[in-house]
Design a protein. Structure first.
Length: 446
């Protein structure tokens, strides 16, 4: 019995040692290297003893560290440099789905779909593009990707990637809209790439494991509005998921947009994706912005703003409209005279200084400055009553001037018009400018 007790003591001691082991980051690589360096011929008895030892270690690992093995097995490897903090945490928790399917293009490049992450806001694809020749950094080597399901096709929203040091591969994380229906599982990733003037296209079929999907953490109908001058910015909803938070809203619905176009007012005109500066605050701290977009469709002018995920201990949620930039109709003409003693122009409340008006080589030049963000998007010069189109813009530069304790950016540029004359008028038909509001909406979270 004493021998058995001693064996049990040794076994318990070995078990404790194994439980204190941690799996190295490059376990497989190190083991292969070690075995390659130690190819020593053993006698049969030695190999038998070694096998027993390996079996005991594997048994112990399997019995007492099964969760740790599964934990490392689910992770997507090699993406640490292009994952943000949130994705790293989710990856460490094994929230992704491993795929491991490849397609080789005619130019020798191989794209491997390593894995995916899915939640209510997006489908993230983790892929590796390999070039055995080590010239992956030469030219535009990023393939276009789209996903097709039973109920539609999904284009990529954005992508982040990194080229390896030896120029043989690019690791990328690409975002798509999530499949619209829960039972849509069988998807086709289409890879398109240009090579030597010809287009190559291939498909990778994969099946979503919905058990790995992460859903959402907060879904909120906001239905609140910022009143800005004669217009409104309506916030429709907020959807927070483990990978990002999305606010959706609209500037004009389709009826308001049609009415504005018919009346010729176009109060908010044409918007760009970055024209609405909307910020999200959770527990008093600003949530980092990931991106956004804007479009005109049957719903009118709609937009989405994307942010990092919300904190798990969410107590307070605020949305702040900092500023709004838009293209406004002006349709006014202003007298100019050659020289540097022109008066400043006041256009829709924005001040534009006329620095100098001069002629050179048979053409007319107008140098002006304004706050950064003020742009004359449709402007002509009336020369002796004849409308002349803008040739180009020269000498674009920005200065920062002190205003109180802060600074102010001033944009100076020179407008070049062909021809000269006695009577000059600056005909401004459209102008873009950014207006600051700093209005805050409190969003109930209970």
């Amino acid at each position: 019995m004493s021998g058995l007790n001693n064996f049990e003591d040794l076994f318990e001691e070995g078990k404790a040692d194994v439980e204190r082991l941690s799996v190295p980051a490059e376990l497989e690589t190190r083991l292969r290297s070690a075995l390659a360096d130690r190819r020593v011929q053993r006698r049969p008895l030695q190999r038998w003893k070694l096998s027993i030892a390996v079996v005991l270690v594997v048994f112990s690992l399997s019995a007492y560290n099964y969760d740790a093995l599964a934990y490392y097995g689910k992770q997507l490897l090699g993406y640490d440099q292009i994952m943000n903090g949130t994705l790293k945490q989710l990856n460490e928790l094994g929230k992704g789905q491993l795929i491991g399917k490849s397609y080789t293009l005619k130019n020798g490049f191989t794209l491997t779909l390593d894995g995916v992450m899915l939640d209510s806001n997006q489908l993230l694809l983790f892929s590796t593009l390999k070039d055995p020749a080590g010239k992956i950094d030469q030219g535009d080597m990023i393939p276009m990707m789209s996903i097709k399901g039973l109920f539609g096709e999904y284009k990529e929203n954005n992508s982040t990637g990194q080229i390896s040091a030896d120029k043989t591969e690019i690791k990328s994380v690409t975002s798509f809209d999530p499949p619209k229906f829960f039972f849509e599982k069988n998807l086709t990733l289409t890879v398109t790439m240009m090579s030597k003037g010809t287009m190559d296209k291939g498909d990778i079929l994969f099946t979503l494991n919905r058990n790995t999907a992460m859903g959402y953490t907060l879904k909120k109908d906001i239905n609140q509005t910022f009143d800005v001058d004669a217009s409104k910015i309506h916030l429709n909803s907020l959807l927070a998921s483990p990978t990002k938070t999305v606010i959706e809203g609209s500037v004009m619905n389709i009826l308001e947009l049609a009415e504005a176009k018919l009346s010729g007012e176009e109060r908010l005109g044409y918007f760009s994706p970055g024209s609405v500066d909307l910020r999200l605050f959770a527990n008093g701290k600003e949530v980092a912005k990931q991106g956004g977009g804007m479009s005109t469709n049957l719903q009118g002018i709609t937009f989405n703003e994307d942010y990092d995920p919300l904190p798990t201990d969410l107590q307070k949620l605020e949305i702040k409209l900092v500023s709004l930039g838009a293209d406004h109709q002006v349709n006014k003409s202003f007298n100019l005279k050659t020289g540097s003693d022109n008066s400043a122009l006041n256009i829709l409340g924005q001040t534009i200084e006329i620095k100098k008006v001069y002629t050179s080589g048979g053409d007319t030049y107008v140098t002006l400055s304004s706050d950064d963000g003020v742009v004359l998007t449709k402007v002509y010069l009336l020369i002796d009553g004849k409308q002349v189109s803008l040739n180009n813009t020269l000498d674009n530069y920005h200065d920062k001037i002190a205003v109180g304790k802060s600074g102010k950016d001033i944009h100076t540029r020179t407008l070049h018009f062909p021809g000269t004359g006695q009577s000059l008028e600056l005909d401004v038909q459209r102008m873009t400018y950014v207006k600051t509001y700093n209005e805050v909406l409190n969003i109930p979270i209970k």
